[in-house]
Design a protein around this ligand. Structure first.
Ligand code: F6P
Ligand code: MG
Length: 451
């Protein structure tokens, strides 16, 4: 069940794996320790204090293991649903491996699972999220783009009545084209890469206006949006069309996903949207249930934006209320299967989590957001850039029952498929770091295989 190309590993000095394992992950862990110390200093109850001090000690052990490149050990059984999957994968494939010579994707996921273990074995801090403050803070600094979208999309979406049928269809297509890109570029605000972002940096990354989108469309190196539109048109003909989002990051990206999902419901294209998030803090900024609730509730009740006008706050509240109503009506469903926080790639999804595969095979379209999901779809290996997306995702395209799968990803790591070879050659020659800047993107579609 493996692709023919080698997976990236930490000791590959030419790849981003090396910088991540050797430098980025210790930095992220160091900042996580700072966050817990801050929480510790706000406590008064001695039992909770002692319990948290023990979590900090476990984080320091993890730091030593990571920087000392020790061998990977099993995860302590903390009663979570993902433990059997973790320890099976370690026992079968990675016994004796260390952080640097295990596949990068696995070693990096393992680090986030070990970080969760620091808290999951505690008494009072089982669900503590070391990245929560950061996630909320970045959203609160995204006001310009947040209100740009809410002021435009809070009013219920309606077709202009005076248009004829062809014009209506074209209006829907244009909106789809724009919002697909809003959803795509929402992925470029990623806390794990942009640790020292300024207000200005965030603004630049988050421009959502039409002109800006048109200018950045040329940076979508493999662009299946026209084919995606054909798929979406078919879904709109169905009485019960369902679209799934395999979510990536919380805050602004999730907000963009929801704006898109809102329109997919209002336009009648989908009757139900299912969102799949993580069970615990994952790759810094990924969405957990708490992040989901936080976003919807802060939109309705929060006071995050003291500078905003009444009209802006009203628009945010109206949109948040509509989204909460979708949840109550079952039009939007939030889920969190343990598989999404394991070290397995999606080449193993059908064998290691058959329930998830069956569940997704009933969807009409599964949108995978972001870089990590893309790495997992493609096995994070050194496939040639012109490899067709269908081939790169293996079983997720070829197994009977594979649903249509679309990856909406700004490029932030080495694996790149589905783009013309000459484009990759040119960028390799002319633009250092093009694979990690988040400046380029792909929107790649596999039609799947009906079961
Ligand atoms: O460490 C690299 C990485 O795993 C890449 O996937 C990306 O740089 C980042 O972390 C996560 O990006 P995203 O949030 O888009 O999945
Ligand atoms: Mg992420």
């Amino acid at each position: 069940n493996n692709p023919p190309w080698p997976a990236y590993r930490g000791y590959h000095e030419y790849s981003f794996a090396h910088a991540t394992m050797g430098h980025r992950l210790p930095t992220i862990l160091g900042k996580a320790i700072d966050d817990v110390v801050r929480t510790l200093n706000e406590q008064s109850d001695v039992d909770r204090i002692v319990d948290l001090v023990e979590s900090i000690a476990r984080m320091q052990d993890l730091m030593e293991d990571l920087t000392g490149n020790t061998k990977l050990r099993p995860i302590v059984d903390d009663g979570e649903g993902d433990i059997p999957l973790w320890n099976k994968e370690i026992a079968q494939f990675f016994q004796g491996k260390d952080f640097m010579n295990a596949p990068w994707l696995f070693a990096e996921a393992y680090k986030y699972r070990r970080l969760h273990e620091c808290f999951s074995v505690s008494k009072y801090w089982k669900d503590y999220d070391v990245f929560f403050r950061q996630k909320c803070d970045t959203f609160s600094r995204s006001s310009k783009a947040v209100f740009e979208l809410s002021m435009r999309f809070s009013k219920p979406w309606k077709q202009v009545e005076s248009l004829n049928a062809t014009q209506k269809q074209e209006a829907i297509r244009l909106m789809f084209h724009e919002l697909t890109q809003v959803c795509l570029w929402g992925n470029s605000t990623d806390l794990s890469l942009l640790i020292n972002m300024t207000e200005e940096d965030i603004k630049k990354l988050q421009s959502t206006g039409g002109d800006h989108l048109a200018a950045t469309e040329k940076n979508i190196l493999g662009n299946d949006i026209p084919r995606l539109w054909e798929t979406v048109k078919r879904i709109s003909q169905k009485p019960d069309g369902r679209i799934d989002f395999i979510l990536d990051n919380a805050g602004f990206e999730l907000y963009c996903d929801c704006v898109y999902a809102d329109w997919l419901i209002q336009s009648g294209i989908a009757k139900q949207i299912r969102f799949h998030g993580k069970r615990f803090a994952w790759f810094v900024s990924d969405v957990t249930r708490k992040d989901w609730d936080w976003l919807l509730n802060t939109m309705v009740y929060g006071q995050l934006f003291p500078e905003a006008s009444d009209a802006q706050m009203d628009s945010l509240r109206a949109m948040g209320e509509r989204w909460k109503q979708y949840e109550r009506e079952g039009k939007w469903v939030y889920e969190q299967h343990p598989f999404w926080c394991t070290g397995y790639t999606f080449w193993d999804l059908a064998t290691e989590a058959p329930d998830v595969f069956l569940h997704l095979s009933r969807s009409d379209l599964v949108l995978f957001k972001g870089d990590l999901n893309h790495r997992k779809l493609t096995y994070d290996c050194e496939a040639p850039p012109a490899t067709p997306f269908d081939m790169a995702i293996g079983p997720m395209a070829s197994l009977p029952g594979a649903p249509p799968v679309c990856s909406l990803r700004t490029i932030k790591s080495d694996v790149v498929v589905g783009i013309p070879e000459e484009v990759a050659d040119r960028l390799n020659r002319d633009e250092d770091g093009w694979k990690i800047s988040g400046k380029y993107a792909v929107v790649l579609l596999s039609d799947g295989r009906p079961g």
